[in-house]
Structure formats: C-alpha cells, structure tokens
Design a protein around this ligand. Structure first.
Ligand code: HEC
Length: 154
C-alpha cells in the first residue's frame, strides 16, 4: 500500500512537471540538451586537438578512449536534434536546414561516428596515422557545421 502511494506520488510529480512545461520551456530544454551533448563531444575532442598542436604530449591511450566516447555520443545527435525548434524564436546556433533535410543531417552525424571509430582504431598505429585519422574526424565536424551551424556561433 505504502509503496503504491509512493509510486503514484512520483508518477504524478513526474507527469505534472512534464505537462506543466510550456512550449517555450520545452524548446529551451531541447536546445540546452543538444548544446550540452556537443559540449561533451568537444570535451573529448579538445585533448586530441592539444596533442595535434603539440601543446600536450601524444598519448595513444587517451586518443583511443576519447575517440571511443565520441563514437558513442555521435549517434545521439539525431535524437537530441529530433525536436524542431524553428518556431520557438529562441536563440541557438542551429540552422533551419536541419529540419528541412534531417536525412542529410543524420548522414553527417553517421560520418562522424564512423570516423571516430576509425580514429580509435588508428591510435595504436603511432602519431602519424592517428593525426591523419583525427584530421578526418575534425573535417566531419566542420562538414556538418558548415551546413547546419550559424557562422557567428563559431
Ligand atoms: C550532424 C551535425 C554535427 C556534427 C557531426 C557535429 N556538430 Fe557540432 N554542432 C552542430 C550544430 C547544429 C550546433 C549548434 C547547436 C545549437 O546551438 O543548438 C553545433 C554546436 C557545437 C558546439 C557548441 C555547443 C555549445 O552551444 O556550447 C561545439 C563545441 C561543437 N558543435 C563541437 C563539435 C565537434 C568537436 C564535432 C565533431 C567531433 C561536432 N561538433 C560535430 C552540428 C554538428
């Protein structure tokens, strides 16, 4: 009995907060979520940029681990961009084209996943092959940004 009440209370609280959110709040949450995912992607990408620039020593184990994480995160891009926020009028770096050609957007995310896997595999082959694979991964980020991210957002 007690358990049932707890469960009901939890369910009510959860659905309450879910349905109480306004359309604008839901759009803002979607924007925060996708930007958050990309921040996490960048947090794994950043150390490899440092290695490529010679700012930190090359570390194959870190490259392999971080590339593996990016390969796990990139497939989430299509999920966190599923919500169309074009009509919200809220500020974000996402271009409208994402929701005009979602298949192309998903394809670009899939390229990033493939190249992150290739980078993880290249890491054990030394710095040269690793940095070549890293260049390809970086080009896949850029490829999507050029089409779908506002320029002044970086
Ligand atoms: C399939 C498309 C796509 C791919 C692939 C992609 N990005 Fe992005 N990225 C975007 C879009 C769109 C935004 C703007 C999102 C927004 O502001 O709502 C963005 C924003 C960002 C941001 C800013 C996040 C913030 O608001 O603070 C960073 C950092 C970033 N991307 C890094 C990367 C890196 C690094 C890679 C490659 C490993 C990558 N992205 C691959 C589409 C992509």
């Amino acid at each position: 009995m007690f358990r049932k009440i707890v469960l009901l209370t939890l369910l009510t609280a959860f659905s309450g907060s879910l349905f109480a959110a306004s359309a604008e709040e839901r759009a803002q949450t979607a924007i925060d979520t996708r930007q958050g995912l990309l921040k996490v992607v960048a947090s794994y990408f950043g150390p490899i940029v440092g290695m490529a620039r010679g700012q930190i020593p090359f570390d194959a184990a870190v490259v392999e681990k971080n590339a593996g994480k990016i390969a796990q995160l990139a497939p989430m891009l299509e999920d966190v961009f599923a919500k169309d926020t074009r009509e919200s009028g809220l500020q974000s770096g996402a271009k409208d084209g994402i929701w005009e050609d979602m298949a192309d957007f998903k394809g670009k995310a899939a390229t990033t996943t493939e190249r992150a896997i290739a980078l993880a595999n290249a890491a054990s082959q030394g710095k040269g092959p690793t940095m070549k694979a890293f260049g390809a991964l970086g080009a896949s980020c850029k490829g999507c940004h050029e089409s779908y991210r506002e320029k002044d957002e970086g």
